[in-house]
Design a protein around this ligand. Structure first.
Ligand code: NAI
Ligand code: MG
Length: 351
């Protein structure tokens, strides 16, 4: 297989973790005989410095020519006082909008060797393997806003079409996984939620092999902490998904190991770790590259249909943790930690 990938290293630790992920990608290409052609471009603060624009047209043009995008992270104190249009995160919002990446996928899977860092008891967290599918381009964050000194409103609008495409995506995801789908809403009070629930009910006829349940968002917020093992695929709207995905991300104990994807119907997608640019450790070789390496695995699986290769990356990462190799963020007291590059070397040896 031959694929074109646009690489957007971004700011802070972005370039370090992306360099590691690219090395792993090339190792997979070598072992399974695929050619991955990489084009590099700028986004975020680095793009502001060079082009006075967090997402320059040059970058968009390069992304349009490719089959998928790999992103590090954006932002840092240098740009914190910039005006809104010249903020690094503006580049992220714009790239999602430009490419209509309406489905945000956030898997959360426990690594047994990392559970010491989880705020939950080991027996509650150890079998967690869930995926939150969040609608990313509609809903209350994009609705009309109104504000006076005495009153403010945010409009929450969902069209049937917007709901159908995210729900289809989630059903397909459930099929690829354990065949269970939990749709999350607030149908006891919100009209948007009642339409959402209706669409899920209609759609489930097309996916008789998937077991569907509806759940209210407040109840899911509790269940994620008391019984996270219950969930396989969770599908929800933009705002509920924003909150639940952050809640779910702490279950397994480490920010540095969680990947994500933002995709659309034709499998084009943007893959990135969920963590930020970590300016406090940037340039020191301390960053944990696991989240970005696992984002590459997601790219192989969801954009390229390369399941075996994706699973091999996930297996290798897990094996390196099991062998007791950690970067500084996860190293247990007194044990030696590996640098970003040394840890990546272990993963490549494993592959
Ligand atoms: P952060 O995720 O960058 O860092 C939070 C803490 O976790 C820091 O102590 C950091 O050192 C540590 N950390 C994060 N990723 C790590 C990794 N891979 N290995 C080891 N340690 C890691 O979040 P923070 O500090 O709130 O934001 C820093 C900058 O990143 C800000 O400018 C923020 O706007 C931006 N940001 C960007 C995101 C993105 O590009 N998608 C997402 C979140 C924040
Ligand atoms: Mg958030």
């Amino acid at each position: 297989m031959e694929k074109k990938i646009t690489v957007l290293p971004g700011d802070g630790i972005g370039p370090e973790v992306v360099a590691s992920a690219v090395r792993v990608l090339q190792a997979i290409g070598k072992r399974y005989n695929h050619k991955f052609h990489l084009s590099y471009a700028v986004i975020g603060g680095t793009a502001i410095d060079e082009f006075n624009n967090p997402l320059p047209d040059e970058t968009i043009a390069i992304c349009k020519e490719s089959d998928a995008i790999l992103l590090g992270a954006v932002g840092g104190p240098k740009w914190d006082n910039n005006p809104p249009e010249l903020r690094p995160e503006k580049g992220l919002l714009k790239i999602r909008k430009t490419f209509d990446l309406f489905a945000n996928l956030r898997p959360v899977k426990a690594f047994p060797s990392l559970l010491g860092a989880s705020p939950l008891k080991r027996e509650v967290a150890e079998n967690v393997d869930l995926m939150i599918v969040r609608e990313l381009t509609g809903g209350i964050y994009f609705g009309e806003k109104h504000r006076t000194d005495n009153e403010a409103s945010d409009l929450n609008i969902y069209t049937r079409k917007e709901i159908e495409r995210i729900v289809d995506n989630a059903f397909e995801m459930a099929r690829l996984r354990k065949g269970r789908l939990c749709s999350v809403d607030k149908a006891n009070v919100l009209e948007t939620s009642r339409l959402w629930r209706q669409v899920v009910e209609e759609k489930k006829e097309q996916y008789p092999d998937v077991k569907v349940e509806h759940n209210l968002v407040d109840s899911v917020a509790m269940k994620l902490i008391t019984n996270p093992e219950h969930f396989d695929v969770v599908v929800t709207d933009n705002m509920f998904g924003d909150i639940l995905s952050d809640e779910a991300s702490v279950i397994t104990g480490s920010l540095g190991v969680l990947p994500s994807a933002s995709i659309r119907g034709d499998h084009f997608g943007l893959y990135e770790p969920i963590h930020g640019s970590a300016p406090d450790i940037a340039g020191q070789g301390k960053a944990n590259p696991a989240a970005t390496i696992l984002s590459v695995a997601m790219m192989l699986r969801y954009s390229f249909g390369l399941k075996e290769e994706a699973t091999e990356i996930e297996r290798a990462v897990s094996a390196v943790f099991n062998d007791g190799y950690f970067t500084a963020d996860l190293a247990k007291d007194g044990s030696r930690s590996l640098s970003t590059n040394e840890w990546t070397d272990r993963v490549i040896i494993e592959i």
